[in-house]
Ligand binder design. Sequence first.
Ligand code: DOR
Ligand code: ZN
Length: 345
Amino acid sequence: MTATLELTRPFDAHLHLRDGAALDATVPASARDFAGALVMPNLAPPITTVAEALAYRERVLARVPAGADFTPRFALYLTDRTAPDEVRRVADCEHVLAFKLYPAGATTNSEHGVTDLAGRHAVLAEMERQGVPLCVHGEETAPEVDVFDRERVFLERTLAPLVERFAGLRVVFEHVTTREAAQYVEGARAGVAASLTPQHLLMSRNDLFVGGLRPHHYCLPVLKREEHRRELVRVATGGDPRFFLGSDSAPHARGRKESACGCAGCYSAPAALALYAQAFEAAEALPRLEAFAALHGPAFYGLAPSAARVTLVRERWRVPERLDFTADDAIVPYWAGAELAWRVA
Ligand code: DOR
Ligand code: ZN
């Protein structure tokens, strides 16, 4: 059996770092193993302009450990008030790569999200013209739609018509969780891609309830049936450049997860690369991990892959039960206390 695996340093195409004291934990965790990331804008208040993203970038860079090779890039939060001018500013800024569409009410800090996509046509047309990608949290928010059907219904009602109407718009269907989403992206026109998280490759919805309610496995879109997980593994490991690593590492302090109304999000960054290696090895696809983790995402965003390398060694280790987070609370990483077969050297 292979004992080491050397890869191009990977790119995390979907990462939540938060702000303030949390950055002391989150930035070093990603900077250790990743060459770069597309950092999500759902702060409170959200990052809606290039100027805000550049100020946030300074706060992030201040936490990159000396000597670490990590380039954060940013997405802007699309709101009902985003103007076409802002799209042109994104096109001119190397640090900001995309807009993120959160349907209002879909997830953490999405209350500023878009309420009426039909009213955003001028902005979407400008994104299409400028080649600025739209990253999409693809969940229908109408309350009568079953939580496990939200992604499929969003695809039918919103995403597929959007991709057709703006035939040149570059679109990333973020953190896909269903067979329908995976197969849609596989067969979609050029310029449509999808990111995949470690939790959706490794777990099904049963894992939310093993031995009791498991708040640290709860994220949005919620985990789906095993048959969906298998399909996600198939597309992730199949070598198709439309599919790439986007961890959606989404830290929330322990008390906010272990709560009567727990937050959605898995803090996977401290073990992300080893988690993906676990999923790829289970599918006998380790030779395809590098392209998924380090080449396809940069290629979609027009970035050069990292020139640096990272080495995984076959060595069992346990993800820590708890890590430091803010002054008042610790954080429980995804996969806490469980074993992984690969460790980043
Ligand atoms: O589980 C999630 N957590 N899904 C999201 O879309 C947002 C994220 C967060 O920011 O906590
Ligand atoms: Zn996210």
